[in-house]
Design a protein around this ligand. Structure first.
Ligand SMILES: [Ca+2]
Ligand SMILES: [Ca+2]
Length: 424
């Protein structure tokens, strides 16, 4: 046991430094691309904003606080996540940025888990952008009559319409009182049904506000693929406050889930052609020095611990043993997940193929109906009650062509019905 405990800080530090470097390189390359020529079709420049973000593996400080964030109620920050509420009855928790965000366009990526032992859970989790921090209140743990926008992950079906868990977007100018009894459906600007509870991998939400359009994409935690996002909803012509705080809140009721947020990452979006402000000008010197000092202290402590460990265990070298082997349980779980992923991907593929077939079928049916309609009105004489196919056959120029297309269409159905493991 001593092996894993003593070596974990070393592994964590390596991971931290690697993450930091990767982030740096990524943002450099984005900035480089941004410096080039631009057209109106270009995507916006995207820059990470560390002052409005949090993530592991060193999410909280030794005093339990989150740098640049405040937390309230039952929220419990730890090294790799913030438990907004534990799975106990009638809990409320929130986290909010300390500082106001004053840039117009942004993208927020929230990674979270909502998990509980019940078939149903409650109440849900909310992501906020509001003019004031809603530190406590009845709307998923945050204040009602907010000014701004809330994206709600509503687990519990208050109105009994069997349409939860669901994701809904509700805007408010400070006057609206949230319609809890109807799960906010009377006030929703956008919504989609997604079961985000108890997923094998963390659920991810990408919320983008760009040029007055709010878009919500969801990665439903079925696969380890972080970019496996699906469209949830979009609100056009949405006007939100020009400045505000980001927050995440959650609440439990008679039923209770753990609401755990693993990361909140905020990116500033700048339209192509516009120069994003230089990042250096935004970090005060004293803050930089403080972090530099903290980093050096951490580094020294780490070196000391490494030395101590080497002295105590001269026979152990190289990678920690826990990283080299997986337990039988871990392997079984991994295999089950991998199997499920494959099934999930196959179903998605089939779904896409079926949609294509249905589209094509609809097109042909409408072509045939049009043709029949046209010929029907033009026909002065002829047999009453001819079938469509009989009609086609009697007109070799246009009819046989259509009939060939229809036959081709039907011949394709069994082909796509087959399960092919790697479709082209
Ligand atoms: Ca509800
Ligand atoms: Ca409902």
């Amino acid at each position: 046991m001593a092996v894993s405990i003593a070596q974990r800080p070393a592994a964590n530090a390596r991971l931290l430094i690697l993450t930091f470097l990767t982030t740096l390189i990524f943002h450099r390359s984005v900035a480089d691309v941004a410096a080039g020529a631009s057209t109106s079709e270009e995507p916006p420049h995207r820059r990470f904003e560390y002052k409005y973000s949090f993530k592991g593996p060193h999410l909280s400080q030794t005093d339990g606080s989150i740098p640049f964030w405040i937390h309230t109620g039952n929220a419990i920050p730890s090294a790799d996540q913030v438990r907004i509420t534990p799975s106990l009855r009638s809990q409320r928790g929130t986290v909010w940025t300390k500082n106001r965000v004053n840039f117009e366009h942004w993208e927020a990526e929230v990674t979270f888990r909502v998990s509980g032992r019940g078939r149903m859970g409650a109440d849900g989790l909310a992501v906020w952008f509001t003019t004031a921090q809603g530190l406590d209140g009845p709307v998923y743990g945050a204040a009602d009559q907010w000014n701004g926008v809330g994206v709600f992950f509503d687990s519990f079906d208050n109105d009994g319409k069997k349409n939860n868990p669901a994701i809904i977007v509700v805007g408010n100018n400070g006057n609206l009182v949230y319609d809890h009894q109807n799960d906010g459906t009377t006030q929703a600007l956008g919504t989609c049904l997604r079961d985000f509870r108890n997923k094998p991998y963390p659920v991810r939400a990408k919320i983008t506000y760009y040029k007055k359009t709010l878009t919500v994409l969801i990665n439903n935690g079925f696969t380890p693929d972080k970019e496996d996002y699906e469209f949830c909803t979009k609100v056009d012509n949405m006007v939100i406050p020009t400045e505000g705080f980001f927050g995440i809140s959650a609440a439990t009721g008679g039923l209770a889930d753990d609401h755990d947020v693993l990361s909140f990452l905020l990116f500033r979006l700048t339209e192509p052609g516009q120069q994003p402000p230089p990042p250096e000008s935004e970090i005060p010197k004293e803050e930089k020095d403080k972090y530099q000092e903290e980093f050096q202290n951490f580094q020294q402590e780490l070196d000391k611990k490494k030395e101590e460990f080497q002295k105590e265990h001269p026979d152990v070298q190289g990678e920690p043993i826990e990283d080299l082997y997986e337990t039988v349980n871990d392997r079984e779980i991994r295999q089950v997940f991998e199997g499920q992923n494959r099934i999930h991907l196959e179903i998605k593929q089939l779904h896409r193929q079926l949609a294509m077939i249905l589209d094509e079928q609809r097109r042909y049916v409408s072509v045939i109906t049009d043709e029949v309609g046209k010929k029907g009105t033009n026909a002065e004489s002829g047999t009453v009650g001819r079938t469509t196919f009989g009609f086609c056959r009697s007109h070799p120029a246009g009819g046989s062509q259509k009939s060939a297309r229809v036959e081709k269409l039907f011949s394709r159905v069994p082909e796509t019905d087959r399960l092919s493991p790697t479709p082209g």
